[in-house]
Design a protein around this ligand. Structure first.
Ligand SMILES: Cc1ncc(COP(=O)(O)O)c(C=O)c1O
Length: 585
C-alpha cells in the first residue's frame, strides 16, 4: 500500500499534465507564412486560370509556423554514413501484368460470378441453399435487416469460398514463428470451426507451427518481448492503471505520455509530438482538425483508408494524384490553385499534400525528395504517414526522411503508428510546437478519445529507447540492420525466382503478385500446408485484377527460416505457374 502523501504526489503528476490552458487555438493567426500566386508566373504556364481568379492571393489562414530554410546536409538525426535513397536511380518499377494473366484473371472472375448468380437463382427458388434456406430468409416484419451478410453477393459467392485464407486465429505470440489454428467447415466454407482433439477431460485445439511472413513485426519485438521490454512494461502496473478513464485534455495525461512524446519528437527530429490511442484514429481524427471547408487535400491515389476516411470527414475538398508521381502532383496543385475553390473560385484556405512513407499494399517507398520540392514550390503543406517506415527505414530507423535524405523540418505533419516497429499500439503526430499544442486542444483524438494506455505508452518508450540506443546497447541498431538485410535478401531471391514482386529494396513489405482469384486461395492453402503463414490480399483491398500476397519480413527471421520459406514458395509458385517473368501465364 502507498502512503497518502505518495499517492497525492502521483495525483499531482496527473493533474499538472493537463495544463494546456495557454495553448493557442489551432486555426488562427500565429503564423508568418504567406504564399502569393501570380497567374502570369512561369510556374503556371499552360494552366487555365479561372476568370474569377484574383491576381494576387495571400493565404492568411493557417495554423502552421513558417517553413524554415534548412542548411544543406543539416538533416536532424541523419546517420552520416547513410547513403540516402535516390528515387530516380534506385526505385524499382513494378512489373506489368501480362496480357494472358489479365485475360485469364477476368475470365476467372466472370466464371465465378456467373456460377454465383446461377446458384443464387436456384437457391432462392428451391430454398435449398445455405444462404437462402427458410431460416435464412425470415425477415422481421416492417424492418429491413440491420446486418445481413447474405445480401452481399461478393461476400457470399466469392469471399466465403476462400475465407479460410483470412482471419486465421493463432495461439502463440506473433513472432517469426507462430502456431496457427487449423479450421474446418461443414457448410461449404460459409462458417469455419476450430479443429479439436477432445479427450474426456480436455479439449485441445489443433494448431500448425508456421513461419510467419505476415505480421508487421518489423523489429522483432514480437519475438524477444519477454527479454527486451516485459520487465519495464510490467513496472507500470505498480503505479498506474491500464486505463486512465479519461481523455488526454482531462486527466488522461501521465508522465509516460509526456516521456513518450518528448522522446519521439527527438527521435524524428521535430519540436514536439502528441500520441493517440489508435493509428487509424490518429489519421481519421487529426485530419478533420487541421482542415475543413475551403481547404484542399491532395492525396496520393493509394493512400491508406484511415487517411481517406479522415479526409472525407474533414469536409475539405479532396483531389487525388497518381501514385507517387510528383509530376502529376504538380499538375494537380497548379490546376487547383489556379481554379480556386469550387463555385466561388476563392483561393484555398490551405492545401495539404497527403502521402505515406512506405505504401502498405505496394511496398513502395515514397518519392519524398521530389514531392517535398513540388510542395515547397507552391506553398503546400506536407502530411506524411510513416506507419510502415518509422523504425524500418533509415540507418537509425528514423523513417523515410532519413532514408531519402529529406530534412524532417520540411515535413509539416509527421504521422506514424506504434503498431509495427514498436510492438505497441496507437499512433502519433510530430510537428512544430504550435501545431502539436493546437492538436492537443482541438483534435478529437485528444479531447474526446480515451488516452493511450499507460502500459502501451511504456512499451513504446522502451522499444523507442532500444532503437535509439538509450538502453546502453547496440541491440536497436542491430535490429534495424538485420531487418534491412532480411528484406533485401528475400526480395532479391523472390525476384530471381521470376515472380512479379512489387515495391522497393529496403522496404519490409514485399508484395508478390498472384492476380488470378483461384490462385489466391490455392497459394495461401499450399503455403499453409508447407508451414508458411502468408497474407493474401484481393479486391476490394486491391484493384480487382491485382491480387497479391503481402510478405512482411522481420528482423527476427533467421537466414535458415527465410531460406526454408523461399524453397517452399518456389514449390508453390511453380505449381501455380506464378513465375510470370518466365511463363506466359
Ligand atoms: C499507412 C497506414 N496508416 C495507418 C494505419 C492504421 O494503423 P493502426 O493499425 O495502428 O490503427 C495503417 C495500418 O496498417 C497503415 O498501414
Amino acid at each position: 500500500m502507498k502512503s497518502d502523501s505518495e499517492s497525492s504526489a502521483k495525483d499531482a503528476d496527473y493533474i499538472a499534465s493537463s495544463d494546456f490552458a495557454d495553448v493557442p487555438p489551432l486555426v488562427k493567426g500565429n503564423h508568418n507564412y504567406e504564399y502569393t500566386l501570380d497567374p502570369s508566373a512561369s510556374a503556371f504556364a499552360g494552366t487555365t486560370v479561372s476568370p474569377n481568379y484574383g491576381s494576387k492571393v495571400t493565404n492568411s489562414d493557417t495554423c502552421f509556423q513558417s517553413k524554415k530554410e534548412t542548411k544543406k546536409g543539416a538533416v536532424v538525426g541523419l546517420d552520416d554514413e547513410y547513403e540516402p535513397f535516390d528515387y530516380s536511380k534506385l526505385h524499382c518499377e513494378d512489373p506489368e501484368i501480362t496480357f494472358f494473366a489479365t485475360l485469364t484473371t477476368y475470365l476467372s472472375y466472370a466464371i465465378i460470378i456467373f456460377f454465383g448468380h446461377l446458384r443464387d437463382f436456384f437457391g432462392k427458388r428451391t430454398k435449398r441453399s445455405r444462404y437462402f434456406s427458410e431460416k435464412e430468409m425470415v425477415i422481421e416484419k416492417g424492418f429491413a435487416p440491420i446486418v445481413k451478410v447474405a445480401e452481399n453477393f461478393y461476400t457470399r459467392r466469392l469471399y466465403h469460398r476462400i475465407q479460410d485464407c483470412w482471419n486465421r486465429p493463432i495461439t502463440s505470440e506473433p513472432g517469426s514463428v507462430i502456431d496457427v489454428v487449423v479450421r474446418k467447415s461443414a457448410d461449404g466454407n460459409k462458417t469455419l470451426r476450430w479443429s479439436t482433439n477432445e479427450s474426456s477431460s480436455n479439449v485441445e485445439v489443433e494448431t500448425k507451427r508456421c513461419i510467419n511472413l505476415g505480421s508487421y513485426n518489423y523489429l522483432g519485438f514480437g519475438d524477444d518481448w519477454k527479454n527486451t521490454c516485459k520487465d519495464y512494461v510490467w513496472e507500470v502496473f505498480d503505479d498506474f492503471p491500464i486505463n486512465t478513464l479519461s481523455s488526454r485534455v482531462d486527466i488522461g495525461t501521465t508522465v509516460y505520455h509526456r516521456e513518450l512524446e518528448e522522446t519521439l519528437a527527438k527521435f524524428v527530429g521535430k519540436e514536439a509530438a502528441i500520441c493517440f490511442n489508435m493509428g487509424y484514429g490518429t489519421n481519421s481524427a487529426t485530419i478533420p482538425s487541421l482542415v475543413g471547408k475551403g481547404c484542399l487535400l491532395i492525396s496520393d491515389a493509394l493512400n491508406h483508408t484511415s487517411i481517406v476516411n479522415g479526409s472525407r470527414a474533414s469536409g475539405a475538398s479532396i483531389r487525388a494524384f497518381k501514385h507517387n508521381d510528383e509530376k502529376d502532383l504538380e499538375d494537380v496543385i497548379r490546376e487547383s490553385i489556379a481554379g480556386g475553390q469550387p463555385r466561388t473560385r476563392r483561393p484555398w484556405r490551405k492545401i495539404l499534400c497527403m502521402i505515406e512513407g512506405i505504401y502498405s499494399m505496394e511496398g513502395e517507398i515514397c518519392n519524398l525528395k521530389k514531392i517535398v520540392e513540388v510542395c515547397k514550390k507552391y506553398g503546400v503543406y506536407v502530411y506524411i504517414d510513416e506507419a510502415h517506415s518509422i523504425g524500418a527505414l533509415g540507418g537509425t530507423g528514423r523513417g523515410v526522411c532519413e532514408h531519402t535524405g529529406v530534412d524532417p523540418k520540411d515535413i509539416d505533419v509527421l504521422m506514424g503508428t506504434f503498431t509495427k516497429s514498436f510492438g505497441g499500439m496507437g499512433g502519433y503526430i510530430a510537428g512544430d510546437k504550435a501545431l502539436i499544442e493546437g492538436l492537443r486542444k482541438n483534435c478529437a483524438g485528444s479531447v474526446y478519445h480515451n488516452s493511450l494506455s499507460t502500459v502501451v505508452c511504456k512499451q513504446c518508450i522502451v522499444s523507442l529507447k532500444i532503437m535509439m540506443g538509450l538502453d546502453g546497447s547496440d541491440m536497436g541498431q542491430q535490429k534495424i540492420k538485420k531487418l534491412k538485410e532480411n528484406c533485401n535478401y528475400f526480395r532479391k531471391k523472390l525476384t530471381e525466382m521470376g515472380l512479379h514482386v512489387y515495391g522497393d529494396y529496403d522496404s519490409p513489405v514485399i508484395p508478390v503478385m498472384i492476380y488470378n482469384p483461384a490462385k489466391i486461395a490455392e497459394f495461401s492453402r499450399q503455403c499453409f500446408e508447407r508451414g508458411l503463414a502468408m497474407v493474401v490480399v484481393g479486391f476490394p483491398a486491391t484493384p480487382i485484377i491485382l491480387s497479391r500476397s503481402r510478405v512482411c519480413v522481420s528482423a527476427a527471421h533467421t537466414k535458415e527460416q527465410l531460406d526454408y520459406a523461399l524453397v517452399k514458395i518456389k514449390e508453390v509458385t511453380d505449381l501455380l505457374q506464378m513465375n510470370y517473368k518466365k511463363h506466359l501465364v
